[in-house]
Design a binder for this molecule. Sequence first.
Ligand code: TRP
Length: 327
Amino acid sequence: MTKRILTWLQATSDQLHIGNYFWSIKSMLDLSQEFPDAEIFLFTAIMHTFTGLHDAEQLKTNVMNSLKLFIACGVDPKHFLIYNPADIPAHAQLNRVFECFTIMGTMERMHSYKEALDKGKKWEIGVGTFCYPILMAADILLYDTDIVPTGKDQKQHVEYARDMAQKFNRMYGETFKVPDTYIKSEVAIIPGIDGRKMSKSYNNYIGLLDDEKTISKKVKQIPTSAQTVEEPKNPDECNVYKICKLFLTPEEDASLRKKYLAWGLSFKDAKDYLYDKIIVFLKPIQEKYAKITDKEIVKLLADNAKKVNVIAQKKIDEVYKKIGFSL
Ligand code: TRP
């Protein structure tokens, strides 16, 4: 049987950077290579971002830009079934059912809630944030998902979805498939131009849509040591190298390391090399991005909503019948 994999893209930003590329887009591309025969469902986490973002235009722009960028980076809509869960009423319906099977104690132990507690007062946390894993369980269980690849941070949420499936099946008979978690191998931290983790909030990122001038400026800003051209340098202590490494083949990497360790490499040379590598990487992505229209995305989502709704509706009909909602 074809395996069904469920994955998602965040809708928290209208600009993605090369950190996002290596953390989420690349791992999604790897996934499609690792499971070439699987059916991959890819949804926008729009209803999840809504826990904290109540600006309609911003929310729409985030989703639109992120979808275009994922596709421009090679996420192929022929292999990934891309959809918007807000087009599928069964997400909210199943969320309601699961809410009524969940006690507050369970949600209080969840990672998402604890993280929110670290940032603010309990009574200021949105109920949507508190119940976030419940919506996730609905996202997962609606589709008889086999595998949910996640980072370690989401493991507990997927385990809650597994518990919910088992609980429901015990109470009402076999209904939901219990999904397997698949912990993705950790992607190394991608350094930003100041050496800290690349992040929009640190403003130390290289955007996937940055133009040549901006990239040139940002590369020049990368701090380097005061070593002279004649001195051998340790590549692993150099931020220019660390960013550059992301774009290199093993042979290019070996050759660059050799140049660092010998004498004669100036940081200007290293930066010029990095600049070229970034441009070569981003150019085709930006060209493809520019060609994708909003209309195409809207059509893709509308077409896929029809397909996905058929699956989701069948599941929620079965649930409604079993729990006594359909008279
Ligand atoms: N919680 C995930 C994140 O923040 C996003 C997400 C929403 C998700 N629904 C899901 C992940 C269902 C896996 C399955 O990254």
